[in-house]
Design a protein around this ligand. Structure first.
Ligand code: AMP
Ligand code: ZN
Length: 114
């Protein structure tokens, strides 16, 4: 998707603080962090939201969680705790329509956040 900012970051065509990339997912720092650690983990292929996930995407969806765990360890927040958020659709406040898992931590958080 040429007009998708997250596709452009995945492809290295837009500035983004990429912290992890492999064959199926890319992770980069959120441009407007709400906590000391705020990383977005996205599939390399354009998937709009959880609504569009297919059964064959299960390994990809599971891998996003594995990468979240890895990055939580790297960020040193795996023991203090972190929150994983998948906003889906208008009521959840999804504004970027390329699936992304928020990894947020580094400070105590209230629930819900917004
Ligand atoms: P959501 O509300 O779940 O769609 O969250 C979208 C997130 O993407 C927000 O936290 C934004 O700060 C973040 N964001 C938007 N544009 C960029 C960008 N170019 N690089 C990094 N993060 C971005
Ligand atoms: Zn995209």
């Amino acid at each position: 998707m040429e007009n998708c900012i997250f596709c452009q970051i995945v492809q290295g065509n837009a500035s983004g603080a990429v912290v992890y990339q492999d064959e199926t997912v890319t992770a980069f720092r959120d441009i407007n962090p709400v906590a000391p650690t705020h990383i977005l983990i996205v599939p390399n292929k354009h998937i709009v939201s959880v609504n569009e996930l297919q059964v064959e995407d299960e390994p990809l969806a599971g891998h996003m969680l594995t990468v979240a765990r890895l990055l939580a360890e790297r960020e040193g927040i795996n023991e203090t705790g972190y929150r994983l958020i998948l906003n889906n659709g208008p009521h959840a406040g999804q504004v970027i329509f390329h699936l992304h898992l928020h990894l947020i931590g580094g400070q105590p958080m209230r629930y819900p956040m917004g």
